[in-house]
Design a protein around this ligand. Structure first.
Ligand code: GLC
Length: 576
């Protein structure tokens, strides 16, 4: 029998084939393990101490590998674990190929990496190469004479040329980034502390040393790199004068200097392209254009942008939910078609998520913490989740300066003392925003020092460890911890939460953040009440036939219709 196909049917068929090829192409081309991954950030100093010296260590992490696995995360980002005099808790590296004594040995590291890999968890290393420690051999050489072969590994300004133009230091007690060194009658540059001299990326020899060092770790089998403060690495070495007061807006002058993209492309060619590793840099420049230039796949630089606009929203006096929605929506739409983002509300440089973005009062702590975790795990972008947030750990809120350990905060205290500044005001600020709030030891149980250490912890344990701890939450099916596990499982089983298009709903609502995530014909609706009162939201979708995937309240009924009343800090994830 002869089959006759009309022209219209033929065209329709061709269109369908093209469309499904495109769909296919889209789903295969865009899929990457680092997009599907959930990153768990560990601050090793505060996770678990195996030898009783009060400092967390690698063996401590090894002893908790099964716990980490139980969270359902795929990648662990370790804050720096290299040799360091610890002026800035490891962000001042004196040997990039050795392990910090406080943390253990290279054998411990190898065992840690093996243990992670055996459990299917990848490891991302923190690479601190905008600067090194002043105790690094390169700097010791560099400092020793003006003609030393390592002189150009750092930025020196000979005093015969007069004083260099002012550069602002983020960490220095006087905020002056040039430190005079009488040994060679010259100034060296340090954007961070005096013990963190900036490396000279304009020197190709230095760059090759860094790539070789990164390959050393990649050859060991690490799975990714987080580049610390890298947006500051490239500099105009003529050090022109910046306008007076530039320090109030220093990012504009420091971020993405000349040749930064050349260095990233070179690093990609020399290191990233040779391994199956993920790459992310701290900071994303000053504009979407900067961020795209760092991460668009066709440029071969980095995998994803890590921008601060989101975490910068929280202020001691509170923040506007609409502002929060606006910032995250704006970033999402700028990356809707190209590039990839990181999603996070905390890290080791921030105070605790629940204290900044949620409500750490006992009545709302768990609810708001779970709600914020729901946000992180249902947005587009790779989630970076900070250790301890899975328990709803809160700010320590130290009262006395003696309780703080953070070098820049202590320097600022001394600076304010010197200039007769407002000390009570500074202490108030530190209580809310000092990064030590997020660095107190992990709260494992109700035993001494929250089970973190048998010795005196390097920083005080949060007083609330008897109420908030892992042992107790392990037993409670409704704990933050067990809710977090449900969230990671949910993200893993719903590709729409990874790849799905994001659309903001009920835009003007100043209490509820509502959005959909849609992929391959599947739609998930997320409803989040960011307030401590009941709040109503009306969305375009009728929810009466929806399936409830997750809720942070025990007894949640499926909403009937398009208008939903959410209880305080309620979070609901539904499938249409
Ligand atoms: C980055 C790190 C921070 C460190 C600074 C200097 O911002 O995240 O912890 O103090 O760089 O290395």
């Amino acid at each position: 029998m002869k089959t006759r196909i009309s022209l219209a049917a033929l065209i329709t068929m061709m269109l369908l084939v093209t469309f499904s090829c495109q769909q296919e192409k889209k789903s295969t081309i865009d899929k990457k393990w680092w997009k599907e991954a959930i990153v768990y950030q560990i601050y090793p100093r505060s996770f678990s101490d195996s030898d009783g010296d009060g400092i967390g260590d690698l063996k401590g992490i090894i002893s908790k590998l099964d716990y980490i696995k139980s969270l359902g995360v795929d990648v662990v980002w370790l804050n720096p674990i290299y040799s360091s005099p610890n002026d800035d808790n490891g962000y001042d590296i004196s040997d990039y190929r050795a392990i910090m004594k406080d943390f253990g040995t290279m054998e411990d590291f190898d065992a840690l990496l093996k243990g992670m890999h055996e459990r299917g968890i990848k490891v991302v290393m923190d690479v601190v190469v905008n600067h090194s420690s002043d105790e690094h051999e390169w700097f010791k050489q560099s400092r020793s004479s003006r003609t030393n072969p390592y002189r150009d590994y750092y930025h020196w300004w000979n005093a015969d040329k007069g004083k260099p133009n002012f550069r602002y230091s983020l960490f220095d007690i006087n905020h002056d980034a040039w430190k005079y060194d009488s040994l060679t009658d010259a100034y060296y540059l340090h954007y961070f502390s005096r013990k963190q001299p900036d490396l000279n990326w304009e020197n190709p020899k230095l760059r090759q040393e860094v790539y070789a060092m990164m390959k050393f770790w990649a050859d060991k089998g690490v799975d990714g790199f987080r580049l610390d403060a890298f947006q500051f690495a490239a500099k105009d070495t003529t050090f022109p004068k910046f306008p007076d007061g530039f320090e109030k807006d220093f990012m504009k002058y420091y971020a993405v200097g000349p040749h930064l993209h050349d260095y990233l492309q070179e690093m990609n060619k020399e290191v990233f392209s040779k391994y199956d590793v993920m790459s992310v840099a701290e900071g994303a420049g000053n504009s979407f254009e900067d961020a795209h230039n760092m991460v668009d796949a066709d440029r071969s630089e980095l995998n994803m942008a890590y921008a601060f606009d989101g975490v910068d929203i929280a202020k001691p006096q509170g923040y506007s939910v609409n502002h929060f929605k606006e910032v995250f929506s704006r970033w999402d739409s700028a990356f809707a078609d190209k590039g990839w983002l990181s999603i996070f509300l905390a890290n080791h440089d921030q105070a605790r998520m629940v204290s900044r973005f949620g409500n750490d009062q006992p009545a709302f702590r768990d609810l708001s913490s779970k709600m914020l975790s729901t946000f992180i795990m249902t947005m587009r972008g790779t989630p970076y989740y900070y250790f301890g947030d899975e328990l709803g750990m809160t700010n320590a809120g130290f009262e006395k300066i003696e309780d703080y350990r953070d070098m820049p905060s202590l320097n600022e205290y001394r600076h304010q003392k010197d200039i007769g500044g407002d000390i009570p005001k500074l202490l108030e600020q530190l209580k809310f925003s000092c990064r030590d709030n997020g660095r107190t030891p992990f709260q494992w149980d109700t035993t001494m020092n929250a089970g973190f250490s048998t010795g005196k912890p390097w920083i005080q344990v949060n007083r609330n460890y008897r109420t908030i701890n892992q042992a107790q939450q392990e037993k409670d099916p409704n704990s933050c911890l067990n809710y977090f596990r449900k969230l990671t499982a949910l993200r893993k089983s719903h590709p729409e939460l990874v790849y799905g298009k994001y659309a903001l709903l009920d835009k003007a609502n100043d209490k509820v953040y509502a959005y959909t995530r849609e992929f391959d014909g599947q739609t998930v609706v997320v409803l989040l009440n960011f307030s401590f009162t009941e709040a109503e939201t009306t969305i375009p979708n009728d929810l009466k036939n929806a399936t409830l995937l997750l809720s942070n309240y025990g007894n949640t009924a499926i909403p009937q219709g398009k208008t939903v009343t959410l209880r305080p800090y309620e979070a609901m994830v539904l499938k249409l």
